[in-house]
Each structure stands twice: as C-alpha cells, then as structure tokens.
Design a protein around this ligand. Structure first.
Ligand code: GRF
Length: 197
C-alpha cells in the first residue's frame, strides 16, 4: 500500500472535528493519518482530544508574536518539521497571510458551516437563518487568500427546521461536518481532488 497522506489538524477551540478526523483515521485501511494537532490557543479544549488519541500537540500561541508574518513563519516551520502533506483547519480562528497561503496552496483545507459560496465569514448559521433559507449545510474547501473563497471540495446539506435557533441549526450542521470532513480528506488522499494554482 502507498504511504498515507500526512494530515496536521489546526484548531482553536472545542475540537469536535479534530475528534471526528482522529476517529476516522484510526480505522483500518484509511488513506490518511493525523500526524499532528496544532493550536494557537494554549487553553483549547481540543488539546485533550488530541492527547486521548496520542496525536502530538503543538501550541503556537499567537499572543507571543509581534506580527502575523512571524506567527505564520512559526506555523510553517512546525508543519515542515512534522512533514505534513496537508493542513486541515477545523475551527482555526486565524486569518493567515497571503504569503503563507500561497506557499501552502493546494495543501490547506478548511471546513465552514454553510453551503459556500453562501454565508462566508462569521456566524454563518445565523446568516442562513436571517436569509430564511430552508436548506443549509457545510463545505470543505481549499484555502486561498480570500476568506472562505477557495475551490470547493465537497458539501453536505442539512435542513433548516421551523423554530431553529443558531444553536439548534449549528448542532445539526456540526453532525454533518463530522461525516463530511473525513469523506473530503479521503478524496484528497486518494487523489480524486487536487488544487494546483
Ligand atoms: C465548526 O463549525 C467549523 O465548521 C467552524 O468552526 C467550528 C469548529 O468546531 N469552522 P469544532 O472545534 O471542530 O468542534
């Protein structure tokens, strides 16, 4: 069997997508492995999840850097040091410099809780409710310098129910994210999708 795709998961908080990816990668025969969990927040709850799965954790506290460029240089060094093929953003609350994004083009992916290209940016679930749509969902896409704008890899739809709040809709979308992200990484690992700008 050929080598598995080496995936580093980048997160800032809860880490439920990190968990879903670790769980999937641990199944026999999966074409990718989680080789690192990288966070910019020393107190992120997801650190415990990575520990539970025996995934090495790297904390790069953004508050200790003078500039975005300096933070991104540290991130680049960490990804290189752990020989990551792909960085998967999972609730990673940093906007990266165009220099970093260009250097890693085609090797950065993100999950966003809306059906892109609709509802980019912050609070997409509330945006969906405000727009009155009956279907929303989640998207995995390649990262480009524009926020939530890169080429779409895969999406999953979720119904918006009468009486939904941002919380109830977010929970329904999150469940779909946990199935979508492993599926999207599998497609990348198998060479079915690629982005080479
Ligand atoms: C998810 O909804 C993801 O789509 C968004 O941030 C949230 C992260 O949740 N980018 P978790 O930390 O993976 O639980």
């Amino acid at each position: 069997m050929s080598a598995k795709l080496r995936v580093a998961v980048l997160f800032s908080g809860r880490g439920s997508n990190l968990r879903a990816l670790c769980e999937d990668a641990a199944k026999p025969g999966r074409p990718y492995e989680i080789i690192a969990a990288i966070t910019n927040r020393p107190g992120a709850a997801g650190i415990r999840i990575a520990n539970d799965f025996g995934v090495p954790v790297h904390v790069i506290d953004h508050t200790g850097f003078d500039s975005r460029e300096a933070f991104d240089a540290a991130l680049d060094e960490t990804l290189e040091a752990c020989r990551a093929d792909l960085a998967a953003f999972a609730g990673f609350m940093r906007i990266l410099t165009p220099g970093f994004v260009t250097a890693w083009a085609g090797r950065l992916v993100n999950i966003h809780p809306s059906l892109l290209p609709r509802f980019k940016g912050l609070k997409p679930q509330q945006q969906a409710l405000d727009a009155g749509v009956s279907v929303s969902g989640c998207t995995v896409h390649f990262v480009t310098p524009g926020v939530d704008e890169g080429p779409i890899i895969d999406r999953a739809e979720v119904p918006v129910m009468p009486g939904d709040t941002a919380e109830t809709l977010s929970a329904r979308i999150l469940e779909a994210e946990h199935a979508l992200y492993p599926r999207a990484l599998t497609r990348i690992a198998e060479g079915a999708v690629r982005f080479s700008p």
